[in-house]
Design a protein around this ligand. Structure first.
Ligand SMILES: Nc1nc2c(ncn2[C@@H]2O[C@H](COP(=O)(O)OP(=O)(O)OP(=O)(O)O)[C@@H](O)[C@H]2O)c(=O)[nH]1
Ligand SMILES: [Mg+2]
Length: 322
């Protein structure tokens, strides 16, 4: 399926509009009715430099060879849009450029007027509506990522690299709990088998009653006891092991489709999504109602040593009456 450049440009413009909080773009996203959930949304997370982009590139080539269309959204929580990492991705993904079945977009999550959660979710809606078969959302999982990938993705792929001994950040930070498929990339390096073993051991420990994570948590309490999280090894730079990763992603997708876990997962995601949007919208609205002078007065008082709690309670009850 080829599509016109005009069609692609319109999508790019729509995304820019969403990022800048443009009213027309938001209206377009909101007006178009219910989501179809037709695309497979794959969230890819893991530490910086693990090889996420290289692997995504290889996965995209695999899918393209099978006639599927692919959108790749990389969300960079730290660097501005002109950052070197994104430039690197452009170079790495040049094999995909010129292919109208692939759409690649990088976004910085800083300085988004309406908030990161709603912007990323709206962009995914735009991509889905455009008709891509696969939507990959890549984000650095640094423990407390601004983007909770579990809210956006059907399937979460955690990419690790060897050489960290037992000190795997994802285990400590609980990211391993949201992974549906785990990859140890850079399996050409010596410690790969050890890292695979450490991750498997951590998964075995995690089996049992899922902890309670509270209503706003990014960790879905999905009853996925019947899904065994595979730990695979790849050399993404040489495209080794990529097919097995794509197969595992498909198997997880089928698992969601054919078991109660799918409906449960959707429920959890809907809750996380709603809470994230509510949090952002309430914050933006509160600042609007408050206004700059009242905010400054509040800041002054706190700077003088006044506890902010009662002042904020007072402001909220004042604004509730307005
Ligand atoms: N040895 C080896 N190097 C690899 C492999 N895959 C990727 N790399 C290299 O690892 C470096 C980082 O790869 P990226 O794909 O940019 O990693 P990333 O996780 O997307 O990085 P960030 O987006 O910056 O967090 C690059 O220099 C890649 O060439 C691999 O399988 N083996
Ligand atoms: Mg990357």
């Amino acid at each position: 399926v080829t599509e016109s450049n005009a069609h692609r440009r319109a999508l790019a413009r729509l995304i820019t509009g969403i990022e800048s909080g443009d009213a027309a773009a938001l209206a377009m996203i909101r007006a178009a009715g219910t989501q179809t959930y037709a695309a497979h949304r794959v969230g890819v997370t893991g530490p910086p430099g693990a090889g996420k982009s290289t692997l995504v590139n290889a996965m995209a080539l695999h899918w393209r060879a099978r006639g599927q269309t692919v959108a790749i959204l990389s969300i960079d929580p730290s660097s501005p849009l002109t950052g070197g990492a994104i430039l690197g991705d452009r170079i790495r993904m040049r094999e995909l450029s010129g292919d109208t079945g692939v759409f690649i977009r990088s976004m910085a999550s800083r300085g988004l007027s309406g908030g990161v959660a709603s912007a990323t979710a709206d962009i995914v809606i735009a991509l889905e509506r455009h008709g891509f078969d696969r939507i990959v959302i890549e984000t650095v999982g640094a423990g407390q990522s601004e983007v909770d990938i579990a809210r956006l993705a059907d399937t979460v792929l955690l990419v690790e690299a060897p050489g960290m001994g037992d000190d795997i950040q994802a285990i400590k930070a609980g990211i391993i709990e949201i992974a549906d498929v785990i990859v140890v990339n850079k399996a050409d390096k010596p410690d790969a088998a050890q890292t695979v073993a450490a991750l498997r051991a951590a998964l075995d420990l995690a089996v049992g009653p899922v902890g309670h994570h509270g209503p706003g948590s990014a960790v879905p309490e999905t009853p996925s006891a019947d899904w065994g999280v595979p730990v695979l090894a790849t050399v993404a730079a040489e495209r080794t092991g990529v097919e097995a990763v794509c197969d595992a992603l498909d198997a997880h997708r089928l698992h969601l489709r054919d078991s109660p876990a799918g409906a449960a997962r959707r429920q959890v995601r809907a809750r996380l999504e709603t809470l994230a949007r509510l949090r952002e919208a309430a914050y933006v609205r509160a600042l609007q109602i408050l206004g700059e002078p009242a905010l400054n007065a509040l800041v002054e008082a706190v700077a003088r040593g006044v506890h902010p709690g009662p002042l904020i309670d007072q402001l909220l009850s004042d604004t509730a009456e307005k």
